[in-house]
Design a protein around this ligand. Sequence first.
Ligand code: DX5
Ligand code: ZN
Length: 230
Amino acid sequence: MSLSHPPYRIAPSLLSADFARLGEEVHHVIEAGADWIHFDVMDNHYVPNLSFGPMICQALRPHAVKPDGTPVPIDVHLMVQPVDALASAFCQAGADLVSFHPEASAHVDRTLQVIRGHGKQTGLVFNPATPLDVLEWVIDKVDLVLIMSVNPGFGGQSFIPSALKKIEQARRLIEASGRDIRLEVDGGIKVDNIRAAAQAGADTFVAGSAIFGQPDYRAVIQAMRAQLAG
Ligand code: DX5
Ligand code: ZN
């Protein structure tokens, strides 16, 4: 697809931020040009790691604003099982988008309705070995498709190249639906591979270690934008 596709969004993942200074980290990364804040929720059950819950999302909500006070979307990525109760809790805690893994929900359509019932945007997340099949049946209730380019659970892993093919496939399904659905990629995104993900069809890019692992967040985000524009 052409790189003229809609405005790209860069969504730094707080998983690689300094947990002792989360509010400040949110401010700094927004000042550095972040479009969304990606919030990875891990339950030590669906994935073998434990991160943060709805109380921390609620505490950070007032910090996720631009210097002029405009709210910055909080993009919650649920890696939890079961899904519905926590999805509701995050909607109440100020999330703007709530995404979940279809394998983790007994009733995917119902979970989408739960999130929509709170007036929030929905996302479905596909692991590296998970096919996109369910999307066909619920695409009318989905606002975001998130393609995992690592196995969920940890930051700092390497990009799995087969994700590019899945991004292409997801882009075709989204175009065929005619709906305004964002296509996000998560895992191992760096300055040197973001363009390939965009060329495959992604328009929203999660990056954790690539941004928070460097002292100058702005320099990394600008380098990513330069790759997307070039
Ligand atoms: C992994 C998380 C990612 C993670 C990405 O389970 O969903 O959002 O923070 O980290 P990097 O960009 O370091 O691969
Ligand atoms: Zn994530």
